[in-house]
Design a binder for this molecule. Structure first.
Ligand code: TPP
Ligand code: MG
Length: 324
């Protein structure tokens, strides 16, 4: 990998981390963000490394832990932050909030709150591309908990029966909403569930951006060659609770420290860059730029208007005009 690409990965992961730390403060200390807020801190290498392996036109779809994916597909910090604050300048006009980031221009389809449901939409995106005869692929992200849902099984089955170009990316962070995999899933290796549908799969170190990128590249290439669906189980860890207010009492003491100290994705890439001769000052400069970018996003969002009252019925069905 060339130095500029690695610095870009570093920049993206630091942006996601600082952006979310600031979002946490805005929620808990300032009350500027309301509703749900599921943070992605700890899992940054998965979104950044796998999205780096896609080409323009490939589809991205994910669940409610979606700020990292939104930033990684290139939606600006301003638009993501304004969306979190429900402002008209947000990426979906302040209508969706934390769980529903999306951008048609970037073929990023969200952001979904119903666990597992979007996996079937990912299969639909892949079916459409196969039908059109394009070589576009869908990257479909979901958690370990989602693999216990019916949609997951029906979706994998249909994708395999129809040989669809979809990479199923399971972000295995060991827990669902306060429940460990061991308490909720009959098999503890998510990749085994893919085998049941004849879908090739691998467990990948999701804290190592190089491993994530390489595995994603191979899986995407296989899809483009018409080899049908692929499955990647990214072994990762979320540092924060499931959502704001979760005090993570269900996690064994010391587990978070073990992951953070030994495997933090940003620290690991940073160590690699320094070993390769990148000056520390260059990384500090990136960190400072990111802090500025996040501060500006907060200011932009604070100063942005709420959606106008007369747009209340826009984008819903039936529309105001039709209802009248
Ligand atoms: C159909 C459905 N059931 C339950 C919930 C409540 N819920 C929200 S997230 C979650 C756990 C999902 O865990 P996982 O798929 O591992 O994702 P993670 O939060 O770890 O990223 C549950 C049960 C929901 N949103 N939708
Ligand atoms: Mg999980």
């Amino acid at each position: 990998m060339d130095k500029d690409t690695l610095l870009d990965w570093y920049r993206q992961m630091v942006l996601i981390r600082r952006f979310e730390e600031r979002s946490d403060e805005l929620y808990q200390l300032e009350g500027k963000i309301k509703g749900f807020l599921h943070l992605y801190i700890g899992q940054e290498a998965v979104a950044v490394g796998s999205i780096a392996a896609r080409k323009a036109g490939d589809h991205i779809i994910t669940a409610y832990r979606d700020h990292g994916h939104a930033l990684a597909v290139g939606i600006s910090a301003n638009e993501v932050m304004a969306e979190l604050m429900g402002k008209a300048t947000g990426v979906v006009g302040g209508r969706g909030g934390s769980m529903h980031m999306a951008s048609k221009a970037r073929t990023f389809w969200g952001g979904y709150g119903i666990v597992g449901a979007h996996i079937s939409l990912g299969v639909g995106l892949a079916l459409a591309e196969k039908y059109k005869g394009s070589d576009a692929v869908c990257l479909c992200y979901f958690g370990d908990g989602a693999t216990n849902i019916g949609y997951f099984h029906e979706s994998l089955n249909m994708a395999a029966v129809w040989d669809l170009p979809i990479v199923f990316i399971c972000e295995n962070n060991k827990y669902g909403m306060g429940t460990s995999i061991e308490k909720a899933s009959a098999t503890h290796k998510m990749v085994d569930k893919a085998k049941a549908y004849n879908i090739p799969g691998k467990q990948i170190d999701g804290m190592d951006i190089f491993a994530v990128y390489e595995a994603s590249q191979k899986a995407i290439a296989a899809c483009r060659k018409g080899k049908g669906p692929q499955f990647l189980e990214m072994m990762t860890y979320r540092y924060q609770g499931h959502s704001i207010g979760d005090r993570t009492r269900y996690r064994p003491e010391g587990e978070l420290d073990e992951w953070r100290d030994a495997k933090d994705p940003i620290a690991t890439l940073q160590a690699h860059l320094l070993k390769e001769g990148v000056e520390e000052a260059e990384l500090v400069a990136i960190d400072q730029e990111i802090m500025k970018e996040v501060d500006e996003a907060v200011q932009f969002s604070n100063e942005s208007p709420l959606p106008a009252q007369d747009t209340l019925f826009d984008h819903i069905y039936p529309s105001n005009a039709e209802a009248n």
